[in-house]
Design a protein around this ligand. Structure first.
Ligand code: SF4
Length: 397
């Protein structure tokens, strides 16, 4: 069977093992004003119940699995207590799920302690992603963050003192009231910390958030020109400081003498998503893609716990997409990366020839200067990466 004959191609990597695992921790100290991720403020007694349910879900997927990448995101994983983390880490050791080459835990500067960071590091966590968002006190308050500017510096020092050698900082731009000078200052302070990685997102007005409501009633205005200028500033500052943009919003510090299409300090877990690899997703609202089937867990922590307590997975849905539709999604994901899609790899992953199936889209983007087709790959240009969401949609079938 092959794609050009019109018959469904087989996924040539269907039998390959699942090597990435994401665990969602659905609790935060307080809900930020812009956030649409599934998380609850003040989990109370539900947190212990969630920990037990998560361990049951680990037990279901553990057989035969040796994770290459692990990622605890949220929510706020660093909010879990020492005792709750010990329970999770002991279960992971028992199930042979530790020892990943890259193991990331997300943290909020308000909930980082030395003992917790050391506990995580001793278990094998070697990468921490810290949600700073801004170094400006007024903007932190506007975003509804629970942490202060000072806590960012203190938490960063704690992570380093605990032996975490790979630290990523999350920042946001195009925040209402944020001037270019504030953004420059935040970028400069994040870079001066010496972190290995930066994730920088434009503020999005997500439905069902206080920020969206403010926009609806005219209390916020979107300044698209300023947002573009801030993105340009980000590229200039990060590049000048020795970072390489390897995805629309992600920048990794380049080690001396390093070559290769993806930086060594890029987040391997996320690269696996963008390149269409398999991954398990555990915890409420977590998404997964395993052996051709994609699924999502229920975005309700009580319902999630009830399912696992009955010994069942807590899927909201599980589906297998038609091959061309899935290939279109993968094309769209991979184009978010600066390295684009190596044409051979795309064919191996999907069974489709990118340059044949999407020739009209490739021509259109190339004519606009947003993309370039090279002998071995197709990628968006730096200008095109700014419009990656729009470009990616063209590939969906
Ligand atoms: S800490 Fe993160 S996950 Fe929690 S509400 Fe704020 S942005 Fe959302």
């Amino acid at each position: 069977m092959n794609a050009s004959s019109g018959e469904p191609p087989s996924l040539v990597t269907a039998a390959s093992p699942v090597e990435s695992l994401y665990a969602h921790v659905p609790f935060c100290a307080k809900k930020c004003s812009y956030c649409a991720f599934y998380s609850e403020a003040d989990g109370g007694g539900l947190v212990d119940r969630y920990v037990d349910a998560l361990i049951r879900e680990f037990e279901i997927v553990a057989e035969g699995m040796r994770p290459r990448t692990l990622f605890f995101g949220g929510g706020t994983p660093s909010l879990l207590s020492m005792r709750q983390w010990e329970t999770i880490l002991n279960a992971m050791r028992r199930l042979n799920l530790t020892g990943a080459a890259e193991w990331t835990v997300e943290s909020n500067p308000a909930t980082v302690s030395f003992d917790k960071a050391r506990l995580l590091r001793d278990a094998g966590v070697n990468r921490m992603s810290m949600g700073a968002q801004s170094f400006h006190p007024g903007l932190l308050a506007r975003l509804g963050r629970v942490h202060s500017r000072d806590m960012i510096f203190k938490s960063y020092d704690i992570l380093r003192a605990a032996g975490i050698e790979n630290v990523s900082i999350d920042l946001m731009f195009a925040i209402p009231g944020q001037t270019m000078e504030m953004w420059r200052q935040t970028l400069a302070e994040a870079i001066a910390l010496g972190c290995e990685h930066l994730s920088c997102y434009e503020l999005i007005y997500e439905e069902d958030t206080p920020f969206f409501e403010r926009l609806q009633v005219g209390r916020s205005l979107i300044n698209e020109d300023l947002a573009c200028a801030m993105y340009e500033e980000l590229l200039a500052s990060a590049t000048a400081a020795g970072f390489a943009q390897y995805e629309v919003a992600n920048f990794a510090r380049i080690r001396s003498g390093e070559t290769g299409e993806i930086p060594q300090l890029a987040c391997s877990h996320n690269v696996n998503y963008w390149r269409g690899g398999w991954y398990h997703g555990l915890g409420p609202s977590a998404a997964a893609y395993v052996h051709g089937a994609r699924s999502k867990n229920q975005s309700n922590t009580v319902a999630y716990c009830e399912s696992l307590e009955r010994g069942e997975r807590a899927f909201e849905y599980i589906e297998e997409l038609p091959p061309l539709r899935r290939a279109g999604e993968l094309a769209a994901f991979g184009l978010r990366m600066a390295a684009g899609w190596p044409l051979e790899l795309f064919k191996r992953r999907t069974g489709f020839d990118l340059t044949q199936e999407w020739s009209a889209e490739i021509e259109r983007l190339s004519a606009l200067g947003y993309a370039s087709l090279e002998p071995d790959r197709f990628r968006l240009t730096q200008k095109g990466l700014r419009f990656a969401d729009w470009a990616a949609e063209l590939f969906l079938r």
